[in-house]
Every structure is written in C-alpha cells, then in structure tokens.
Design a protein around this ligand. Structure first.
Ligand SMILES: Nc1ncnc2c1ncn2[C@@H]1O[C@H](COP(=O)(O)OP(=O)(O)OP(=O)(O)O)[C@@H](O)[C@H]1O
Length: 310
C-alpha cells in the first residue's frame, strides 16, 4: 500500500506539487496521469525519499520509504531508465543489484527471461541499449528483490507496441497476485487498459481520482466540431456556453447537445460533429482536465482530495 497525504513541493517560486493526496491499495494498478510538467515525477521522487517534501507525508507499506530496511526487497522502483550505468552489461547491472539486495544470483537469469531480454542482449553494455531495452532492464531490476509494491515512472516510454502489451500483462499479473502498482504516464491510452484506478494531476494538483468505472460514468458534456472552429467558439460564447478545446480541433461543452446545436444554428455555423463526450472513454475526460476552459480552470484545479471528479 502507498499512502500520500497532502504532499507539497516548492522550488523557490515554482510549486511543482501542491497538496496531493491519494492511496494505492494491494491488488490494484493505479495510473498516475498528467501532462508533461504536471508533477508526476516529483511526487514519485517524494514517495521514494529522493526529494524531501516541503510539507506532507508519503508512506509505503505504512512507513516512509527511507525508513524501510533493504527497500528493494519490498518496493521495486523505476524512475529513470536512462540513468543506468552505461559501461556495465545488462547482466552485470542485475548481478550487482542482486548482490546489494542479498537475493540469489539465480534470479538474475529469471528476471532477464521475465522481461524478455535475451542472453545475447544481456551480455551487451547498457550504453548500447535502446530506451525500450533500458526500460525492460529497469523493470527487471525493480522486480529482482521480489517486492510487493512497484513504483514506475513512464515505463512505457520507448517500448514498441509488443513491449507495451507485455508490460501491461506483467503489471496486471503482478497486481492480480496481490501487488500494489503505481504507474505514471502522460498518455492515457498507455495505462487505460491496465489501471483499475486513476489519479489525474495537472499543474501540480489532483484534478480527478477514483476507480476507472467511476470516472467513466462522470458526465463530460458533448463534443462539437465545426467547419470553422473560431465561428463555433464565438457562437458558443454568444449563447453563454463554456467550451474547452479537446486538443484535436473540436470542443467539449458542458451543456446538452440541443443547446449547442441551437447556438450553432442561431449563427449559421456549419457543424461537422455533435455527440456525447462520455462515449469517448477517459480520453475526453483527461483532455478536458488538462485543457480546461478559463471558466473551468479554478474548479478543475481545486486541491480537495476526493474520490471522484470535482
Ligand atoms: N529541481 C527542480 N527545480 C525547479 N523546478 C523543478 C524541479 N524539478 C521539477 N521542477 C518543476 O516542477 C514541475 C513538475 O515537474 P515534474 O518533473 O514532476 O513533472 P512530470 O509530471 O513528471 O513531467 P514529465 O511528464 O515531463 O516528466 C515542472 O514545472 C518542473 O519544471
């Protein structure tokens, strides 16, 4: 179990993380989502005791990470796959970690197999690895101590579609056997298939969190697209409807489809698409949270740690 309570991190004038709270329970995969610069890595670094919080606390299995003795036997961490020593081979990297953790060297070969790094690849220096191979090695390293908690920052970066599929199955299996997984990504689709819960962070604050099903049933308005986007925006504004771009040329509007259609008709705006946003899964929810309209911004960013959208 991972517990994060009111974590805040300030760097001089920059507030990287503000009042973030959430829990990750055994048997679940929690997707930690947010755009670049949202505060994911800073939060994960605070959980792992690498960055001291300005205020707030984080515990893993009930204790602060830095107080866990031989933490690699309890918590597998992969924060930066590119940070591995480039002069060692993959096998040497794992052998050294096994020695430090005090686990049987037999696990080195087992973990290489588990992450799909061949004997030949394991004999090569890490400096020559692709990012995807480094991610696999990093995951093998995280799993080496047979931990019950995994904390992985953007582990899908650099993985090909087969690699992403493999990682999802591995994490699902880990959680199904009682493990706790916290997994960050800036791409919703990467984690949507594997996560049970989501914590969405934007601008350093929790914008939404809850079970996947719960978030999917949240009303998210309608998606509307017009031949002329600027004309549509002005038509919606004239009708007093607040709209936010979905990042793909359309707008998400928190209003019934009829009101949006009438606003367009009143100004002679030609619509190409008008549909319920909820049909699009978490993607639209995620986009609406990270691209709030000015009117929505303060509400979306409100830092009250609830279990559902706010
Ligand atoms: N050491 C630091 N000094 C100053 N500002 C920092 C520091 N570390 C992070 N930040 C700032 O804090 C904010 C959050 O950064 P963070 O790396 O946690 O985001 P992220 O969600 O992990 O982004 P990405 O997906 O791009 O890795 C950013 O504005 C970043 O510039």
């Amino acid at each position: 179990m991972i517990s994060v309570e009111n974590l805040t991190k300030r760097y001089r004038e920059v507030t990287a993380v503000e009042n973030v709270s959430f829990r990750c329970e055994p048997g679940t995969v929690t997707g930690f989502l947010g755009p670049n610069g949202a505060g994911k890595s800073t939060t994960m670094r605070m959980i792992c005791g690498l960055t001291p919080p300005t205020t707030g606390t984080a515990t893993v299995k009930g204790v602060p990470y830095r107080r866990i003795s031989n933490p690699g036997r309890h918590v597998g961490v992969l924060l930066d796959a590119a940070a591995q020593h480039s002069g060692r081979t993959g096998r040497e990297t794992l052998a050294l970690t096994a020695q430090i953790l005090g686990v049987d060297q037999k696990r080195v070969g087992q973990m290489l197999d588990r992450v799909g790094l061949s004997t030949k690849a394991a004999k090569r220096r890490v400096g020559g690895y692709s990012l995807g191979m480094r991610q696999r090695l990093g995951i093998a390293q995280a799993l080496l101590g047979d931990p019950s908690v995994l904390i992985l920052d953007e582990p899908a970066n650099g993985l090909d579609p087969e690699g992403i599929h493999w990682m999802r199955s591995m994490l699902r299996d880990f959680a199904d056997r009682g493990g706790t997984v916290l997994l960050s990504s800036h791409l919703l689709l990467e984690v949507e298939a594997v996560a049970d819960r989501f914590v969405v962070i934007a601008g350093g604050r929790v914008a939404a969190q809850g079970a996947k099903d719960e978030l999917l049933t949240q009303p998210t308005g309608v998606v509307v697209r017009a031949l002329d986007g600027a004309a549509l925006q002005s038509a919606l504004a004239q009708a007093g409807l607040s709209a936010r771009p979905d990042g793909q040329g359309a707008f998400v509007v928190d209003a019934p489809a009829e009101a949006v259609g009438r606003a367009a008709a009143a100004t002679g705006t030609v619509l190409l698409e008008l549909r319920q946003a909820s049909g699009g899964g978490l993607e639209e929810l995620f986009l609406s949270l990270i691209n709030p309209s000015p009117a929505d911004a303060p509400t979306v960013a409100a830092p009250a740690p609830q279990e559902t959208l706010r």
